[in-house]
Design a protein around this ligand. Sequence first.
Ligand code: HEM
Length: 362
Amino acid sequence: MPRLLLCCSQQPVQCTLSHFSPFPFPCSIPSMAMAFLVALALVSVLAAAIAWVWDHAVVRLVWRPYAIGKELRSQGIHGPPYKLVKGSNEEFKAMKEETDGLVLDVHDHNYIPRIAPHYLKWRAQYGEPFLYWFGPKPRLCIFDYELARQILSSKSGNFVKNDPPTTLLDVVGKGLALLDGIDWVRHHRVIKPAFAMDKLKFDISKATADFGHILQTTMVLLETLRLYGPALFMQRKTVTDMTVGSMKLPKGIAIVIPIPIMHREKVVWGDDAGEFNPLRFENGMTRAGKVPHAMLAFSMGPRSCIGQNFAMLEAKSTLALMLQKFSFTLSHDYVHAPADVFSLKPKFGLPIILRQLDESYI
Ligand code: HEM
């Protein structure tokens, strides 16, 4: 049954369903006024549609990429050209497919060509930092430690976490790591005390009590985290126009901090940056590189890893327990192909051969 009776003839019609009408006037209203209202409604819908297309198609897909590219070029920052809607995605995918099958020698710690060939290529081609396009969204990949320090330690609230991929949100939900603003403050205040060092230490001190190689183990773990840290590419997004150092960053640009690349910079880590050398940490984390904040495995500043002490203590206590009973070596079946699956993972697993210290195999 129709809920609405429109009056569209010259003669007013008798409305039998007037109590159902959503309009606050009787159906006998002259048809001109009715037509005017309908036209007004259509114009508003059309205006909203035009505004949506303007914002989503013209501004986001064309104007903004053009304006941001121009602004950054004027600061000497270049990068792969923006392609409508796709940005740099196709170039990235093609490079990734090409290197995805690469398998490394087990002593080769340089897996960057496997996981981030695009960053290596664009850095070599356009210098640093460079600008690329995740679809229509601008991303600035930086390699400078001082710039990274300023961004990560900023308490202004103007650098927020970049929008996480929905696939990640589905897996981990919106927990502390992905919150910002007052929500982050509230969650952080509740969670932080659970990770207090004295509480954590109490739990593991028994496990490591008779294990005498804590310092060496710490050095080995830190060097492993330098070369094989699970966190790969940290991202922040500006919520307003910002100036960092001499660089002007427009609102909404994402900044990528490529940890594994920065962890291999020879100017910071020395000529042996690509080698596994735990001794570089013998004087502590802040003296391992040429800048005190060279180690970014747990990030730095207010959003640094809340679980870092827990992770280190847990790794040490697990290793302590294992080394008291077993020795272990890498299986010959191991294929060295670190992969980026949200975090760094061994693509084909990590088979290990354990040997009980009384020499019998298990
Ligand atoms: C070796 C192990 C770990 C590494 C290398 C690591 C690394 C990191 C890094 C780099 C960040 C900063 C991410 C960013 O700013 O985008 C982070 C944040 C965080 N991590 Fe870890 N993490 C580890 C283990 C853990 C563990 C065991 C927990 C909890 C039990 C944890 C909980 C968190 C949380 C909650 C944040 C977000 C902190 C915040 O935004 O305030 N992490 N982690």
